[in-house]
Design a binder for this molecule. Sequence first.
Ligand SMILES: Cc1cc2nc3c(=O)[nH]c(=O)nc-3n(C[C@H](O)[C@H](O)[C@H](O)COP(=O)(O)OP(=O)(O)OC[C@H]3O[C@@H](n4cnc5c(N)ncnc54)[C@H](O)[C@@H]3O)c2cc1C
Length: 268
Amino acid sequence: MDESDVTRELRQEMETRIRLQPDYAQRVGNFGFLELEESWGDEATIINTARVSTTNRRVEKLEDFTDKERHLLYHLLSHNHGTPFESVHFRWRIIAPIFVFRQWMRHRIGTFNEFSQRYRKPLSAFYIPDTEARSVDGFELLTEEQMKRYQQIIEQTHAFYRETYDEVCGRLEEAESSGEIKAGQSGRNPYRGRARELLRNVMPVATYSDVYWTVNFRSLMNFFNLRRKPDAQYEIRMFADAGYEMFKRRLPLLGETMDRVLKERGGA
Ligand SMILES: Cc1cc2nc3c(=O)[nH]c(=O)nc-3n(C[C@H](O)[C@H](O)[C@H](O)COP(=O)(O)OP(=O)(O)OC[C@H]3O[C@@H](n4cnc5c(N)ncnc54)[C@H](O)[C@@H]3O)c2cc1C
């Protein structure tokens, strides 16, 4: 399938981001992408937030930590003292198939902003599972032949969208020049917008979308705990695993402490 301009631009942008932040940006799946674009706060933020209730002793940075601070961090995590972890925030850029976002957006404690198929045409990239993704214990569920058909059907759907939209735009131009409808005012064209709204209904959930997710660490921890488990769907698990590694690079002591607590609980 021909790559649309928007899709090509996005591919280039992903490459640029990976060059700029190699430890915090990576591709996932055939077109996906994950970046830990920004974060606010660190282990010292958590300690200082927790200590407001007990002492005036504050720490500036990780280098000031003694065993006391390390133990407090462990104690808070292992005893589910959740609110201090809400003082640290992360902003992720995620390019994933729509069906992955349907699961991701169930995580209500956090904020999402998404690419709009109302204001823009859909991306021409869609999810194609590789051999590992379409196998269980080495047994390939969808054959090469079935995968060909899978791709054909999606490509036909995209072609239907493109052709119909172009046709609608052609008719709109004619109607505008004949005076049947008013030429587009400044700003958004309601005719084209409505056409995109109607046509997006046929787009498959395998189509990629582009999202910002801003989330505090307590909620992020919940996401990692639920979506890194073996029973989470493979595709969202790939993102959760990649995100967990990025988080650990950003806040190594918190990552190490979380690994310890999970191990003690018999988790990952
Ligand atoms: C393997 C797996 C399978 C799943 N299958 C299904 C399925 O078949 N159908 C389905 O609908 N969902 C399914 N889910 C989604 C799941 O039920 C949760 O909606 C999702 O994992 C988000 O978790 P959460 O509610 O803990 O997260 P968040 O929405 O981020 O909430 C975080 C925490 O805040 C608290 N909280 C948030 N909102 C409320 C509230 N309204 N009232 C009280 N406390 C609140 C809770 O303590 C919650 O744990 C599945 C999830 C997983 C991991």
